[in-house]
Design a protein around this ligand. Structure first.
Ligand SMILES: [Ca+2]
Ligand SMILES: [Ca+2]
Length: 120
């Protein structure tokens, strides 16, 4: 994923670079390391830690990004990139508790049995 910002000023005043906005509470791991990094020049967003993302735990992240120019009186704009984690097939099918399903079936059959007795 790549973010782009344009700046119509000339020269350094219009030269844009990108940073993760540390004031915007960017997503981090339990030990405080940022989960994402951004290429200063291209705006390319990548994960910074291997195997740190799990769609089954968090399927979406909001990454605060700031674009700055290199002018003397630097101007900047912040935005939030929404990052959706795509699924990998890392889970096996799991049976839900079979015995309790049977229990419920038995209870339901008993209920129906009672009803038909009281009707007839
Ligand atoms: Ca500018
Ligand atoms: Ca999965």
């Amino acid at each position: 994923m790549t973010v782009r910002a344009t700046d119509y000023d000339a020269g350094l005043n219009g030269t844009v670079f990108y940073e993760i906005d540390s004031y915007g509470n960017p997503p981090a791991s339990a030990n405080g390391k940022l989960l994402f990094k951004i290429n200063v020049n291209t705006g390319l967003i990548q994960t910074s830690l291997r195997n740190s993302l799990d769609r089954e735990k968090t399927s979406q992240y909001f990454l605060p990004i700031v674009a700055k120019d290199r002018g003397d009186e630097q101007r900047k704009t912040t935005t939030t990139a929404t990052i959706s984690i795509s699924d990998i097939n890392d889970q096996r099918p799991q049976f839900i508790d079979v015995s309790s399903v049977n229990d419920n079936l038995v209870k339901m059959m008993q209920l129906f049995g009672l009803k038909s007795e009281s009707c007839g």
